[in-house]
Design a protein around this ligand. Structure first.
Ligand code: FPP
Ligand code: ZN
Length: 479
């Protein structure tokens, strides 16, 4: 007998939103596999060809607004290669390194193209691209990164409330905080001065829904006669969204060693994990057995949220919020409202890893190569990476090893001990403590569909992360 595909619940009041939802489900229905365990196979070769074509062509002229995203295009392409297990030859690597180094700003940080102003987002993309293709030594890119100037650039855009402008004279956005934190972790540029206030800013971006918005109202308003102190707590600005939620949660994970080294106090910033988990779970579309994620309430599923939202579950498990190996030992020491909740009965079954793989493989793959938001849309490099990274997140149970985490924070709770060197060592170990137990991956369909595991915080492979960090942690911290 034919299975009856599930549709999302619907009251009889029709709106534009319900129409779009119904239209999307009707299209997705046509992409259901004949059997739930046999999704469409991953078309590796055509995705590789698509990525190469797209990179060579660059952005078409109608995408002039994307001119400032050149580092992103390169990072999306290179990281897609990495999750598919493809390495570049030395010639192409060198071309990529030289291209990236032309984006470095003379006053520190990277811009979106040659001669463009430094900005936190392309800085992350350029540094991650260098993690993939670069190397130490002359011409290798790594030692040509001006960390002293980059650090000064970061400090120059830091705000008194822990937020960062994404560039000089620009706006605050939690994506910038994430990009900055990844960069300082990879390049050994962490200082307590740089991190001060970030946890409070992240906390202030969480909305009543549980997900995070892009920013929050600042502590101070800039008036001509001087800054005015605003009421606290700062309300979030805007709607909870999967992209900002990933950036906030990944930032929170990166801040764990810093928070663990702080004096325990009632004022310590905390997140509401109960509402966050509920919101994340509700972003998974359960309709018709293709379990893609949406990015916000009452919107549609989209392949890129496979990473931005699907990737949040590994982050939560590292904080002891959802089940994973080492859950009991790994629990973040919490403030009162977090301790009220018992998470013992919550585990991985909260999100459907098989259904997400089905969405990516059956609806996400474009027949002409590349991956996409949803059918019948065209593929692009952004969606190709975040669909593949989401596929990887669904297949691998990468968790933060509790033994190593215990060792990091053990005995370091005295505030006087929160020194540069301890913070630096703690962040180094914390970033490299992610691991996957042999033989625990859950690949849907043929083994050819298997992706490499990717670092749940940085979205780089462990090999690339370890090599870059090992190099920079031998060097001194800029100041
Ligand atoms: C809405 O697009 C999209 C946003 C409001 C921003 C999304 C942010 C990210 C994806 C995070 C990026 C992360 C970094 C590190 C740069 P939309 O209205 O087209 O999509 P929607 O309907 O799915 O919300
Ligand atoms: Zn998308």
């Amino acid at each position: 007998m034919m299975r009856q595909p599930r549709r999302s619940p619907h009251d009889s009041y029709e709106t534009e939103t319900t129409d779009h939802q119904t239209e999307t489900e009707t299209i997705l229905l046509k992409h259901l596999p004949l059997s739930p365990d046999s999704p469409s196979p991953l078309q590796r070769d055509s995705h590789l060809q698509f990525l190469i074509r797209n990179l060579i062509q660059g952005f078409p002229s109608r995408y002039i607004s994307q001119d400032a995203s050149q580092p992103w295009l390169l990072y999306w392409t290179l990281q897609s290669f990495s999750v598919m297990g493809v390495a570049l030859d030395p010639n192409n690597k060198q071309k990529a390194i030289d291209t990236i180094m032309a984006w470095q700003h003379p006053d520190g940080g990277f811009g979106g193209g040659p001669g463009q102003a430094a900005h936190l987002l392309p800085t992350y993309a350029a540094v991650c691209a260098l993690a993939i293709v670069g190397r130490p030594g002359p011409g290798g890119g790594w030692d040509q990164i001006d960390r002293e100037k980059m650090y000064k650039f970061f400090m120059s855009i830091k705000q008194s409330d822990g937020a960062f402008l994404v560039a000089h004279h620009a706006e605050v956005d939690v994506r910038g905080t994430y990009c900055l934190l990844v960069t300082v972790h990879l390049l050994n540029m962490l200082t307590p001065e740089l991190l001060e206030g970030i946890p409070g800013f992240i906390m202030s971006c969480q909305t009543y829904e549980g997900g995070f918005s892009s920013a929050s109202q600042p502590y101070f308003s800039a008036e001509p006669e001087g800054p005015i102190l605003l009421d606290s707590p700062r309300p979030p600005l805007g709607e909870a969204h999967g992209g900002y939620t990933f950036c906030s949660l990944a930032s929170w994970v990166m801040l764990q060693p810093y928070l663990a080294l702080q004096k325990p106090s009632l004022q310590r910033p905390s997140l509401n994990f109960k509402t966050l988990l509920r919101w994340l779970v509700q972003m998974q579309g359960s309709e018709i057995e293709l379990g893609g994620f949406k990015g916000r309430t009452n919107k549609l599923v989209d392949g890129c949220y496979s990473w931005w939202v699907g990737g949040c579950f590994a982050l939560l498990s590292s904080l002891g919020i959802v089940g994973a190996h080492g859950r009991d030992d790994n629990r973040e020491s919490s403030t009162a409202h977090e301790e009220d909740e018992s998470w013992d009965d919550i585990d991985d079954s909260l999100w459907d890893r098989a259904a997400l793989q089905r969405y990516i493989l059956c609806a996400g793959q474009h027949p002409a190569g590349g991956l996409r938001d949803k059918p019948p849309k065209a593929a692009d490099s952004y969606h190709t990476l975040y669909c593949l990274a989401g596929l990887s997140a669904a297949q691998h149970n990468v968790f933060l090893s509790s033994t190593r985490l215990d060792a990091i924070v053990h005995g370091w709770r005295t505030p006087a001990e929160c020194k540069h060197e301890q913070l630096r060592q703690a962040c180094f170990s914390h970033s490299l403590s992610w691991t996957e137990e042999e033989g625990t991956s859950r690949v849907l369909g043929a083994q050819n569909n298997r992706m490499n595991a990717t670092h749940p915080v940085f979205n780089l492979t462990m090999t690339h992360t370890e090599a870059m960090m090992a190099h920079f942690y031998k060097q001194t911290i800029p100041s």
